[in-house]
Design a protein around this ligand. Structure first.
Ligand code: HDE
Length: 682
C-alpha cells in the first residue's frame, strides 16, 4: 500500500527524544533562557531588608512552583506506567481490518498505565480495590486505547450511575474517611440499593482485589466492542490480557501491612523488574461472537455486569505485549497520559452497551479539566506517531503552528484539504448497525438478573478462595456502622449463596437471611486464579544469614535458585559485608530494620554463628510471619533450628533438607507454588 506509514517498536521513543531535556551539567537559567548568577538568596534592600518586587527570578521560580499541581484523576488517581511493544501472532484479517492486528512482523509501541481506582494520588497501593490496566497502542492508523480493568465486570449497567457509585465508594464527604477503601457505610448502602453491583462486589471481595503484582493480573476490556473486517462484516468482541506469570495475590493481613511498610509496593515491583530486565509479558486474548449469536445466551452480551464464560466462548490468544522501558519522568508521562475508550482505529467499533456509551462521553470531558484545555493530544505522551491534520485550532497550550489561511472545510483555497479519506484510503467508517426504538429511560428486561453470574463466580472458587471472600465480607461489613445496611447486605447475598450469607451474618451480628438460596450450580474453572500459571520467575527470596555461615553451600543454593528466576536478597545484622567460614562473602541488602517479611515471597533460613538474642528473635518473627502468610520456607543445616515449632517444620511448603541438590529442586518448586493454602496457621 502506498500510503502505509512505517511504524516500528522504536517510533514512540524516537518521537519523545525531541522533548527530552538533560539539565545536568548545564548553567542555571530563567525560563527565558537568561543565565542567573545566584539562586539561594532573593533580591533584598539590604542584607536584612525586605525582598524587592523587581526580583523576577524569585517571582518566576515561586510562581512556577505555586502552579505545579494539576487535579488528580477523579478515579484511578494513583497509577504507574511503562513502555513496551505489542505484536500479533497471526493476522486477524478475518475479523478486523485494524492494521496493527494484521502482520506478525510488525511491533507496535505501547504505553501501559496500571492504577488503583478509589484512592487518591498518594494512597497506598496494596489496598482492596479494582486495578486499572490501560494500554495505548501507537499504531500507524492513529492511537488506539484499550482501557481495561483487572476484573471482567463492573458495578453498574448504565453510565449515568457512574457518579453515584464513585461517590459511594470514595471517602465519605463529611470527614473524608476512609481512604482507598470500600469498607464503609456508603459503599455497602449503594450495593444494597443497586443490586446490579452484586457480581462485581464478589470480585471485589475476592483475591483479585489484592494482586501480588501488576505483572500478575489479568486485564479485561469489560465492555463489549466490535471487530469489523475489510468486507464490513462485524463480530462482537471482548478483550483480555493474560499475564505470563499467572494470576497471584497477597493475603489480606499482608496487604494491609505492606500499605505501611511500602505504600509504593506495586510500582516498585514493576520498576525494579523492568530495570533488571525481567520484562513483564501479557498475551492479548479475544472472545469473538458472531452477530447472529447475540441472543443465544442466558445473559445479555451488552450488560457490563456479566462476563462471557470462557468455557462457552473461548478466549483466542492473538498476540503478546512486553513491557521493557520505564518512564523518564512520572509527571510528564504517567500523569499526563490521557486514555479514552473512544480512541479507536478502523476495524474496532462500539456496541450499544450503555456503560460503554457513557464512557465515550466521560473521558475527553475529564481531560479538559485535568489537563487544562483541548490540546492535550499534543502533550508528547499523547501524540500519535502518525501525523494528524484537521481544522481544529487554538486553545490553551497549543503547540503546533498550523500555517496557511484555511482552517475550515470545505474550501477552494486549500482544494478541500485536509480531505476526508474513504474507507479504502483508511478513513474510519462507523459500522452501520440498524437501530430503532422509542426514546425511553429504562432498564432492558434482559438486564434484570443480578445474581446468576455472582453465583457462578462463587461456585467457581476453590476452597481457600471462598474462605478469603467470606473473610473479606466480614472485614468490610464489620466496618459498616449501620445495622440496617449490614442486614440488607446479608439478605441480598443470600441470593448469591446461602452459605456465604450465613457465614457473613454469623460474624457481623445480623439475623440470618429471611429467604434465599439459588439453583445455579454451574461453575467456570477459568475464574479461579488457582487454575492459572505458576512460576518461580522473579519471586523475591529473603535469605537470612549472619557471619559464619557455610559459604559454599549458600552460594550453591542461591545459584541454583537463580537459575529458575528467583531473586534472592540478603538480610543480616548490619549492612555491609557478611562473611562465611570459608572466606565467601555477600553484601547484605537489608537488616530487620529496613525490611519486612511481607515484602518477600519466600524465606531461606541460613543462620551463621551470631549469638545475638535480638537478631535471633527477629529472625524467628520474620519467618513465622512468612509462614502465617502461607509462604514457602526453606532451611538447611543450622537454619532449621530457627523454625520455631515442630509443627511449622513439618508443614506443607516448608522444605528442610541437607541434600543440597534436592533442596534446590524442592524449594524451587515450592517458590513457584507461591502459597500453601492448606497449611494450618494458628
Ligand atoms: Fe473509567 N474513567 N469509567 N472505567 N477508567 C476514568 O478518565 C468512566 C470504567 C478505567 O490510567 C476517568 O482519564 C465512566 C470501566 C481506567 O489514566 C473517567 C465509566 C473500566 C481508567 C472515567 C467508567 C474503566 C479510567 C478518570 C462508566 C474498565 C484509568 C480519569 C460509564 C474497562 C486510565 C480519566 C488511566 C479512568 C470514566 C467505567 C477503566 C472519569 C463514566 C468499565 C483503567 O473519565
Amino acid at each position: 500500500m502506498n500510503n502505509e506509514r512505517k511504524i516500528n517498536e522504536n517510533s514512540k521513543n524516537e518521537q519523545l527524544e525531541a522533548f527530552r531535556v538533560e539539565d545536568k551539567g548545564k548553567k542555571l537559567t530563567t525560563n527565558q533562557g537568561m543565565k542567573v548568577s545566584e539562586d539561594e538568596f532573593s533580591l533584598k534592600a539590604g542584607e536584612r531588608g525586605p525582598t524587592l518586587m523587581e526580583d523576577f527570578h524569585f517571582r518566576e521560580k515561586m510562581t512556577h512552583f505555586d502552579h505545579e499541581r494539576i487535579p488528580e484523576r477523579v478515579v484511578h488517581a494513583r497509577g504507574f506506567a511503562a513502555y513496551g511493544e505489542f505484536q500479533v501472532y497471526e493476522s486477524m484479517r478475518k475479523y478486523t481490518k485494524a492494521k496493527f492486528l494484521q502482520n506478525p512482523g510488525v511491533k507496535t509501541p505501547v504505553f501501559v498505565r496500571f492504577s488503583t481506582v478509589v484512592g487518591s494520588r498518594g494512597s497506598a497501593e496494596t489496598v482492596r480495590d479494582v486495578r486499572g490496566f490501560a494500554t495505548k497502542f501507537y499504531t500507524e492508523e492513529g492511537v488506539y486505547d484499550l482501557v481495561a480493568n483487572n476484573m471482567p465486570v463492573f458495578f453498574i449497567q448504565d453510565g449515568i450511575k457512574f457518579p453515584d457509585i464513585v461517590h459511594a465508594i470514595k471517602p465519605e464527604p463529611d470527614n473524608e474517611m476512609p481512604q482507598a477503601s470500600s469498607a464503609h457505610d456508603t459503599y455497602w448502602d449503594f450495593v444494597a440499593n443497586n443490586q446490579e453491583a452484586a457480581h462485581m462486589t464478589m470480585w471485589l471481595m475476592s483475591d483479585r482485589a489484592i494482586p501480588r503484582s501488576f505483572r500478575m493480573m489479568e486485564g479485561f476490556g469489560v465492555n463489549t466492542f466490535r471487530f469489523v473486517n475489510e468486507d464490513g462484516k462485524a463480530y462482537f468482541v471482548k478483550f483480555h490480557w493474560k499475564p505470563k506469570l499467572g494470576v497471584h495475590s497477597l493475603v489480606w493481613d499482608e496487604a494491609q501491612k505492606i500499605s505501611g511498610e511500602d505504600p509504593d509496593y506495586h510500582r516498585r515491583d514493576l520498576w525494579e523488574n523492568i530495570e533488571k530486565g525481567h520484562f513483564p509479558e501479557f498475551e492479548l486474548g479475544v472472545q469473538i461472537l458472531d452477530e447472529e449469536d447475540e441472543f443465544k445466551f442466558t445473559f445479555d452480551i451488552l450488560d457490563a455486569t456479566k462476563l462471557w464464560p470462557e468455557e462457552e466462548i473461548p478466549v483466542k490468544i492473538i498476540g503478546k505485549m512486553i513491557l521493557n522501558r520505564n518512564v523518564d519522568n512520572v509527571f510528564a508521562e504517567t500523569e499526563q497520559v490521557a486514555f479514552h475508550p473512544g480512541h479507536v482505529v478502523p476495524g474496532i467499533d462500539f456496541t450499544n452497551d450503555p456503560l460503554l456509551q457513557g464512557r465515550l462521553f466521560s473521558y475527553t470531558d475529564t481531560q479538559l479539566i485535568r489537563l487544562g484545555g483541548p490540546n492535550f493530544h499534543e502533550i508528547p505522551i499523547n501524540r500519535s506517531v502518525c501525523p494528524f491534520h484537521n481544522n481544529q485550532r487554538d486553545g490553551y497550550h497549543r503547540q503546533t503552528i498550523n500555517v496557511g489561511k484555511v482552517s475550515y472545510h470545505k474550501s477552494s483555497l486549500a482544494g478541500n484539504t485536509p480531505a476526508p479519506a474513504s474507507a479504502e484510503e483508511g478513513g474510519y467508517v462507523h459500522y452501520q448497525e440498524k437501530v430503532e426504538g422509542r426514546k425511553v429511560r429504562e432498564r432492558s428486561e434482559s438486564f434484570r438478573d443480578h445474581f446468576s453470574q455472582a453465583s457462578l463466580f462463587w461456585n467457581s472458587m476453590s476452597k481457600p478462595e471462598k474462605k478469603h471472600i467470606i473473610d473479606a465480607y466480614r472485614f468490610e461489613l464489620g466496618k459498616v456502622k449501620s445495622q440496617s445496611v449490614r442486614q440488607q447486605i446479608v439478605d441480598m447475598f443470600a441470593n448469591v449463596n446461602l452459605d456465604l450469607a450465613l457465614a457473613i451474618a454469623e460474624y457481623i451480628g445480623t439475623k440470618p437471611p429471611k429467604s434465599g438460596g439459588t439453583n445455579i450450580t454451574k461453575s467456570s474453572p477459568a475464574l479461579s486464579q488457582l487454575n492459572t500459571k505458576y512460576s518461580a520467575e522473579t519471586r523475591k527470596l529473603a535469605v537470612i544469614l549472619t557471619d559464619g555461615f557455610n559459604g559454599k553451600e549458600v552460594q550453591f543454593v542461591l545459584e541454583g535458585l537463580k537459575a529458575s528466576g528467583v531473586q534472592p536478597e540478603i538480610i543480616s545484622e548490619t549492612l555491609g559485608t557478611v562473611r562465611g567460614t570459608d572466606g565467601i562473602t555477600f553484601k547484605a541488602d537489608h537488616t530487620f530494620l529496613t525490611t519486612d517479611s511481607v515484602v518477600f515471597d519466600a524465606v531461606y533460613m541460613v543462620r551463621g554463628s551470631s549469638k545475638s538474642v535480638e537478631f535471633n528473635k527477629e529472625a524467628g518473627q520474620f519467618v513465622y510471619e512468612a509462614y502465617s502468610h502461607y509462604k514457602p520456607i526453606g532451611a538447611t543445616h543450622d537454619g532449621k533450628r530457627w523454625l520455631e515449632t515442630d509443627e511449622m517444620g513439618q508443614s506443607v511448603g516448608v522444605i528442610l533438607s541437607d541434600d543440597m541438590k534436592r533442596f534446590i529442586e524442592e524449594f524451587g518448586e515450592a517458590i513457584a507454588v507461591h502459597r500453601f493454602w492448606n497449611r494450618t496457621v494458628v
